[in-house]
Write a protein that binds this ligand. Structure first.
Ligand code: APR
Ligand code: ZN
Length: 364
């Protein structure tokens, strides 16, 4: 067997906060014990990547972007079970299965996965490289721990399978695991990007009967209705009134915040009925503070909680979603606004920043 060596691949790199994104050649180490190299076939562009670039989330640079991807195992290090040639989805919160949270069945809070960026590999000019959420998936290949790959059936459309790794697992999990939406309930979704639209369609599949889609961009109306919303509402001064008019004056049972801002957490709070629940799915900035009235908190009896990675066990739930994708029960066509070659990946970030479309997916 040939000794494994580092590989040089092309990757989308940010050299600093606010710096222009460029496709660069980067050097990835050979897979060590328990590690695999995955050839990426498709990677989505998520708002969290943009938040790393624009300073909303803390990041170290130079940074390879991307954390929502699918690909094929190309090389395995010593002691690895998964076989070369296996199609996989990448997991940005691989569970250690040993920490306090993993042992109590909350692997999405695994103590081993707290850093937003992880040092790995180097740039072509020898500068140590950092990887978004330990993956850096907007690249021709990644080298990751075996526990960060989840086998999926062969033959799935890569641009849809990629979304299972972040937006869809997060959105579906927020509805099923965190909020536990039940048939007949009413739902509002604030923010209709890839994550919000995934929440919306999951709410539809969970049997919610009133599904109010909320965004600042009127252009999201058609996407929202296609994804399963019963109404589209603009996020403006009249929003609370419009929501009450559709919920017998009460407000919704569940509001999902899918923007990642204090202002939209407050908006979601106000849209929810007494005794209802707000689920924060968006990942906001650490100094963006939410203010709620103490009496309001008591009197409204609402629940406010967050959903990290859909409160899911990706190793169990990604294969379930992949099976649903394979048999047609899950259709992610609406979520994919278009596919883009790696060289044009920076344009996907521009579109995301402008709030255009649902998900832009880089295909390789
Ligand atoms: N009210 C309603 N919608 C808003 C508002 C607002 N004040 N501000 C922005 N939006 C909408 C945008 O118009 C866009 O449609 O929120 C949506 C955000 O979508 P994307 O940028 O595509 O973000 P997405 O990738 O879906 O991620 C959403 O989840 O994972 C986290 O870090 C991620 O916080 C981000 C959130
Ligand atoms: Zn993401």
């Amino acid at each position: 067997e040939a000794a494994s060596a580092p590989v040089t691949v092309r990757a989308l790199v940010a050299r600093g906060s606010g710096a222009e994104l460029r496709v660069e050649r980067v050097r990835l180490p050979a897979p060590g014990p328990g590690e695999v190299r995955v050839t990426i076939t498709a990677a989505g562009v998520c708002h969290s990547d943009l938040s790393m670039v624009n300073g909303t989330l803390a990041a170290r640079f130079p940074l390879v972007l991307g954390h929502e991807a699918t690909g094929v195992v190309a090389e395995t290090g010593p002691g690895v079970q998964v076989a070369v040639g296996t199609p996989v989805v990448l997991n940005w919160a691989p569970a250690c299965r040993a920490c306090w949270w993993c042992r109590r069945g909350e692997p999405w809070l695994c103590a081993a996965t707290t850093a937003p960026t992880v040092a790995r590999g180097e740039t072509d000019d020898g500068v140590p490289l950092h990887l978004t959420l330990g993956l850096g998936a907007l690249a021709e290949a990644v080298v990751v721990p075996e526990r960060a790959v989840i086998p999926i059936p062969a033959g799935l459309p890569p641009e849809q399978a990629a979304l299972l790794g972040c937006a869809v697992l997060t959105g579906v999990g927020a509805v099923r695991n965190t909020a536990r939406v039940t048939p007949g309930e009413s739902v509002a979704v604030v923010g209709l990007g890839g994550v919000g639209l995934a929440v919306l369609s999951a709410a539809r599949r969970a049997g919610a009967t009133t599904i109010l889609a909320v965004d600042v961009a009127e252009a999201k109306r058609d996407l929202a209705l296609a994804a399963g919303a019963t109404d589209f509402l603009l996020s403006d001064d009249r929003l609370s009134k419009e929501v009450r008019a559709r919920t017998e004056s009460r407000g919704v049972d569940h509001a999902f915040e899918c923007v990642g801002r204090a202002a939209t957490i407050r908006a979601a709070w106000r849209l929810t009925r007494r005794g209802g629940a707000v689920t924060v799915v968006g990942m906001g900035a650490k100094d963006d503070m939410v203010s709620l009235g103490a009496l309001d908190i008591f009197h409204s009896a609402r629940t406010l909680r967050s959903s990290v990675y859909g409160s899911s066990d990706p190793d169990r739930e990604v294969p379930m979603l992949a099976a649903e994708l394979a048999d047609g029960a899950l259709d992610l066509g609406v979520l994919v606004s278009g596919t883009i070659p790696l060289d044009e990946a920076p344009t996907a970030f521009d579109r995301l920043a402008r709030g255009e479309g649902a998900r832009w997916v880089v295909t390789l």
